[in-house]
Design a protein around this ligand. Structure first.
Ligand code: BG6
Length: 452
C-alpha cells in the first residue's frame, strides 16, 4: 500500500503557508509523494477560493494545478472542541491504516494549548505513536521559562519523538554539509581545534528591515529571532565533537554539549537598532528592540578552549549574506619567513551562495619567488543538480520519513535559551546605526574587532 501523508495545517492563511509550506508540498507532490493537505482556517472559503487567496500572498505564483484535488480547505473555529469532529470527518477520506498524520502549527505558541487539547479530545492524536507528529516553529518562547511552558503544553499530547521543532536554517544545503565537511575530511578534522584555529565567525546579514512584521519582531528582536535559533544552531554544528554515529540522538548529544560549553564574553556584546526602525509601522516610539547583535563567545571544551567565536546578525545591513569564516593560525615557520603570507581561511557560504572556499598561499607562477593567495572552491550551484531544494522541502520530507537529525531536540532549545537569557539580562544600550559601515566602525572602536 502506498504511504499516504496527511498534513493538517493550522494557520493556513498565513505567510508561512503561502510562501514556504505550499510551495514545498507542491515540489514533493511533483516527486510523487502521496500527500494530502487539510488547510484549517477561520475564514469561509471553498478550496478554489482558498488557493486563489493564497496565490495573491506570494511573489512566486503557486502551482495551483498540482495542489488542486490534493488540498481541502476546512473552515473551523480552533477554540471550539466540536469543530475538531469536523476535522475528524475531513481526515477520514485519507486514512488507509498507515496514513501518517502531520500537524503543522503555523500559528503562535499561544494557540498550541487549545489546538492540541482539541486534537486530543477528538482522538486525532495518539501519544507516542509516531504516525502522528506535530511540527512547530520558533519562537520557542521568549526565554527559558516560557519555552519550558510551551514544551510542557505540547508534551501533554505528543512525546518528544513526535515533535519536530523547525529551524529552517538546518534545512539549508551547506548547513547540512557542515558535519560532512568536518568529520569526513581528515585534513579538516585534524585541524579543527585550538592549536590550528585562530577564530571562527558566523555571519547572518540581512539587507531588508522588518518588512511590516512589527507585531512579531518588536517583541522578539534579533537575539530571539535569529541568535537563539539559527546562529546558535550553526555554532553548535561548527564546534561539536564528533558524534559516535550519524544518528539523530548521537548528533544532538554532541550539539547540546557544545552549547552547554559556550560562554559569552559580556564585555564585548554589542546590540544595535537601525535608524528608522522607530518609524516602521506599528513599532512603539520608545521601542529598544535590537535589530543587530554582535556576540563573542568561547567554547570551553579541550578542543576549542581559547578560540573566539564571533556571532553577527542584523537587519538593514549592506547585503543579504549568510556565511561562516574560519581563520587558521599561521605556523611559527611561516612567521620566520617574513613573506607576505596570509592566514589560511575556510569560508562556508550558506546563502545566497552555497559552497565553500579554502584560501591557501601559493607561489606566483614564473621566475620570481612571490606569494599569492589562491582559492580552492566548491560551488553547489555549479554541480548540475538543477534548482536546489528549498530548506522547507527537505524538512517536510524528513518529517514525513521521520528523520529527526535536522530538527532541534528539547535540550538544545534549553541550552540555547540559557545563553540568550544571560545576554538579555545584561541590559545593554542599543547603538543606533545608519548602515553596516557605521556598525563596523563602532565595533572596531569598542572591541578592536574588524567585521568582514
Ligand atoms: C526567520 C526570521 O527565521 O529567518 C526572519 O524570523 C529572517 O526575521 C529569516 O528574516 C531569514 O531567513 P533566510 O532563510 O531568508 O536567511
Amino acid at each position: 500500500m502506498k504511504q499516504v501523508y496527511l498534513f493538517t495545517i493550522f494557520g493556513s492563511t498565513g505567510d508561512l503557508t503561502a510562501r514556504k509550506l505550499l510551495p514545498a508540498i507542491t515540489e514533493l507532490i511533483k516527486k510523487s509523494y502521496d500527500i494530502h493537505v487539510i488547510a484549517v482556517g477561520r475564514r469561509a472559503f471553498d478550496d478554489a477560493e482558498y488557493l486563489n487567496f493564497m496565490n495573491k500572498k506570494t511573489d512566486q505564483p503557486l502551482e495551483i494545478d498540482v495542489l488542486k484535488g490534493r488540498l481541502h480547505y476546512l473552515e473551523m473555529d480552533i477554540s471550539d472542541p466540536l469543530d475538531y469532529l469536523n476535522l475528524k470527518d475531513a481526515q477520514r477520506a485519507y486514512l488507509n491504516g498507515s496514513t501518517k498524520r502531520l500537524y503543522y502549527m503555523a500559528v503562535g505558541p499561544e494557540l498550541f494549548d487549545v489546538i492540541t487539547d482539541g486534537l486530543n479530545h477528538a482522538h486525532l492524536v495518539k501519544k507516542d505513536d509516531v504516525s502522528d507528529v506535530v511540527a512547530f516553529e520558533k519562537p520557542f518562547g521568549e526565554d527559558l521559562l516560557s519555552a519550558e511552558k510551551i514544551n510542557a503544553l505540547l508534551s501533554k499530547h505528543f512525546s518528544e519523538r513526535q515533535m519536530f521543532r523547525i529551524d529552517h536554517y538546518l534545512g539549508k544545503e551547506m548547513i547540512q554539509n557542515i558535519m560532512m565537511l568536518r568529520f569526513a575530511n581528515r585534513i579538516i578534522e585534524d585541524s579543527w581545534h585550538n592549536r590550528s584555529i585562530k577564530k571562527m565567525s558566523v555571519y547572518v546579514k540581512e539587507k531588508d528591515g522588518i518588512l511590516g512584521r512589527a507585531g512579531y519582531y518588536d517583541k522578539v528582536g534579533a537575539l530571539r529571532d535569529m541568535m537563539q535559533s539559527h546562529v546558535l544552531q550553526v555554532v553548535s554544528l561548527l564546534t561539536m565533537d564528533i558524534p559516535v554515529s550519524y544518528y539523530s540522538d548521537d548528533v544532538k548529544n554532541e550539539k547540546v554539549a557544545a552549547l552547554q560549553a559556550l560562554s559569552i564574553d559580556d564585555s564585548e556584546t554589542i546590540l544595535g537598532q537601525y535608524k528608522g526602525y522607530l518609524d516602521e509601522e506599528n513599532v512603539p516610539e520608545d521601542s529598544d528592540t535590537e535589530t543587530f547583535v554582535f556576540l563573542k563567545g568561547f567554547i570551553n571544551t579541550p578542543r576549542f578552549k581559547g578560540v573566539p567565536i564571533y556571532m553577527i546578525t542584523g537587519k538593514k545591513l549592506d547585503e543579504k549574506n549568510a556565511f561562516i569564516e574560519v581563520e587558521f593560525e599561521e605556523t611559527s615557520e611561516q612567521r620566520k619567513w617574513h613573506l607576505p603570507l596570509s592566514t589560511n581561511r575556510l569560508r562556508i557560504n550558506i546563502a545566497p551562495e552555497d559552497g565553500f572556499q579554502l584560501t591557501l598561499n601559493a607561489k606566483v607562477p614564473g621566475l620570481r619567488e612571490a606569494v599569492q593567495q589562491v582559492k580552492l572552491g566548491y560551488d553547489v550551484t555549479n554541480q548540475g543538480v538543477g534548482n536546489l531544494p528549498e530548506a522547507y522541502e527537505k524538512l517536510l520530507l524528513d518529517m514525513m520519513e521521520h528523520h529527526r537529525t535536522l530538527f532541534t531536540r528539547w535540550d538544545e532549545i534549553q541550552a540555547s535559551w540559557q545563553i540568550i537569557d544571560s545576554v538579555l539580562k545584561q541590559e545593554k544600550k542599543r547603538y543606533k546605526y545608519s548602515d553596516y559601515e557605521d556598525l563596523k566602525n563602532y565595533i572596531k572602536n569598542q572591541t578592536g574587532e574588524t567585521l568582514l
